[in-house]
Structure formats: structure tokens, C-alpha cells
Write a protein that binds this ligand. Sequence first.
Ligand SMILES: [Zn+2]
Length: 398
Amino acid sequence: MVRRINLKSANVARSSTIRDINRQIILNHIREKSPISRAEIARITELQRSTVSLIVEELKNIGLINEIDGESSGGRPPQLLTLRAAHAIAVGVDLGKKRTIVAISDLAGRILEQEEFPTDPDFDNSMAGIIDSVSGFVKKNSGSIEGIGVSVPALVEPQSGKVLLIPHQNWHQPEIAEKLRIATGLPVKIDNDANAAALAELWFGLPEVRAVRDFILVLIENGIGTGIVFDGQLYRGKGGIAGEFGHMTIGNDAPIACAAGKRDCWEAYASERSALARYANLIKNQDGGSEISFSELVDIALEGDEKARAALKQTAHYIGVGIANLFQGLSPEVAIVTGTIVRAWSLIADEIKTGAESATCQSYPVAKVIPSTLGAYPTLMGALSLILTDKFASVSIT
Ligand SMILES: [Zn+2]
């Protein structure tokens, strides 16, 4: 798996891979601060001007960056470097429980175009739709797509890319990567959605996340998934199932049962489904039920609906309780919450904090929790980053 190099300490690295490290550092600076001059890169990285120039030439030769004229202040305009970002490099497939999003992005992780359709409960139908959409994008961008990244709400064996089971659809060992590879002839990478989103935060999140070396991403959906990053690298554990904290025990009277039928798991207390169950409970005897989606619940809470707000706040309390447990066990620098619930951050941030405080034993530091910095499509960004991060991490020049 790709390891993001610590930019803070990499300039003291002394090893045979120093050239690769420097190349990655320079490429990342161009991605983040584009347009940028060679002199500026040398100043920020404290690398020799000659080293910067040499690597910039290599990156230009393999077509990863472009040179443009900057603003002239009289004489010759300064030469500035930008990422070659005009065309699509990666296809991302975010295979969700209810909807599937297929998108293309450039090297900088900017989404250029996307299509969205309901996830068909039948696996073959669903794959036919995905292959159709992906093939359309590949054909339209003749030759420029280098790979397909897929994120799934499931356990994935990281080495083989085998999906074990997608519980929501009851798809056993669905051959997603294999079918996409055969249909398109392109490399396919597939990972669990929370892991993929954690990878995207690490590489494409805002600076407050990218400066962090150890964090836990908490994906709140129908269930709860977590992605663990230690020292700039995804931690997967044996068989790739690390991060199944959705089933840690929080209490014994959750408003719903978890996917495995238990009322004491974190996801039974703090998932989207639990918030909907709390809301249904609060409004009963009024209009007789709540057939609304979680996104609609967030909408009406933001519009001021008191019961919707109460349901979200109670849920947020338990998000905080679970995160406090993760902090006491793993001690990351920060937990990042992602999912639709992040839209209601202004309503829930305090409840998450007090929930975390209530579950933190005396003398332990209280968890630091922030919302995702990836925007509206964290797991789609995750799918894309499975392809894009390779590009940044291992520029192979032969
Ligand atoms: Zn459970």
C-alpha cells in the first residue's frame, strides 16, 4: 500500500530512495501550490536549486507537469509549474448501498464529470450498469484513463482485491474488480469505503488533515465504518478487516439492532438508521411514522425542526462516546467524521464533544474530532484516490 511520506521530516531523510522522496515532495508542492516557481519550491523544501531543476525536468519529460508564463514585472516572465491536470486520469466507482456514483478526475483529484444511478439489488444488473458507465467514460477520454478505483461498503482482502461480502445486498464474493478489468482492459483497485475515504483525506484533504500522521476516519452511514491511518499509512490488520469498530459494545438499549442483530453495538447507537429511529420515536402519535431519508432528516433539522435536531444530537452524543473509546485504545491525533451527517456539523459538534468527554476516563486526553474536509463525496474521492495516490507516490522513471 502507498505510504505518504512525511513532508516535515523528509528533508532530513538519508537513503537510497532519497530521489524518489524528493520527487514526491516536489510533485505534491506543485499539486498544492500551483502555479509555483522552481525557486519557491527550493525555498519551501530546502532542497538545492539544482536538485529541484533536475527533478522538474524529469517530471516534465514524463508529462506530469507543465510550465507556464507567470506575470511579468518588467523583464522576462517567470516560469511557473502546474500539474498537467487538464484531462481525466482515473475513473472512480463509489458503489454505495443505495446509489452508485461513477466519476472521472484529473491528476489533482478534481472531479470532471460524474454519473449517479440507484444500486440495483441484483448483482449482474448492477455490474452491467457500472460497466456501461465506466466504458462510456473510458471511450470518451480516449487513452488517458490509467485505472479504475472502486470503493465498496464491504470487507476487502487488500492483496487480492477480493470482496468478501456486501451485506446490504447479500452479495457473496462479488467479482467486481475482475469483471471491470475484463470489460475495460484497465487496472482496477478496490477497497473498503472507509479505508478509501481515509486514504483520500490523507492525500486530498485540507491542510489541517494532511499535516496529521495518525488519525481515525469514522464513516457514518447505515452502519459505521472506520479507516485507521498510522504514520501516514492505512492500517489494515490481518486479512484487511481492521477498523470494524461499528460493532464495539457501547450499551445495551440501542434504538435499533446492528447489521448482526445486536442492540449493544456502536452502529446501533450512532448510525444514520439509529438517528431515523430516534426521530420516528419522537414524532409518534403525531403524524404516524417517519418515512423520510437521513438526508431529509438533516434538511429539516437545519431548517429548525426541534425533533429532528434532538434525534441528531442524541445520535451525535453516541458518535462521541464511540470515538472516546477509540482514542483511549489507539491515541490518534484526531478523529475525522464523514458522511451525510457532516452537513449538520453546526448542530452536532458540541454533542459529539460532550459525548466524548462523558466516555473519557479521568486523566486521559479528550478526543479531538473534526468534520471531513473532502466535501460531499468522501467515498467517491476515496475510490479515485486508490488510483491517484499511486501516481503521486511512486513516479517511476526508467
Ligand atoms: Zn453489531
